[in-house]
Structure formats: C-alpha cells, structure tokens
Ligand binder design. Sequence first.
Ligand code: HBI
Length: 99
Amino acid sequence: MAERLTAEARRQALGGIPGWTDIQGRDAIGKTFVFKDFNEAFGFMTRAALVAEKMDHHPEWRNVYKTVEVMLSTHDAGGVTRLDIELATAMNAIAKVTS
Ligand code: HBI
C-alpha cells in the first residue's frame, strides 16, 4: 500500500504539478479546473476517469457546468501518497496544463 508522503515530500511534489494545492483541514490536495464549456469539462472527466480506473485510485470531484473541482487523497493511507501525485500529474496532462 502506498505510504503517506511527508510534509516535505508533498511540498516538493506539489511544485511539479501546477495549480494543485494543499486542502486546508484535510490531508489532501486539490485543484479547480475551468474549461471552455461543459463538453470540455465532461470530456476531461471521462478521460481522467479511465486513468483513475486503471490506477484503481479515484478522485473526489464535483462538476458544475465548465468547472471541475478535484480533491485527491489516499483513504487507505489516511492522506496524500504518490498515487495522488501521479493522478494529479495525469489530470494536468489531460487538461494540457503546462504552467
Ligand atoms: N481511491 N483516492 C482513492 N483512495 C483510496 O484509498 C482508494 C481509491 N480507490 C480504490 C481503493 N482505494 C480500493 O483499492 C481500496 O479501497 C480497497
């Protein structure tokens, strides 16, 4: 099972995934993606869902029209693990986030 990242490892990892931040009050990371429209937002969710399924590691997310709020944490580990960093990285790639 993936181990919880130390605060330092998590800080380092966050530096490599633009737009992702610590969630206050939870051992989780989060990001809000805003797309052109609902179609783009749902297309993102569809592709991200396939990656999550392949990883057997699933997001907590909320979609309102063109916005997708994502929160990642590894429940089994009680906090943020490399799986969350991996899925966040994949999500940025899907959304074509570069900076
Ligand atoms: N997704 N984010 C997240 N965190 C988990 O702990 C997790 C999951 N997806 C599936 C999963 N765990 C199962 O493998 C375990 O609950 C058995």
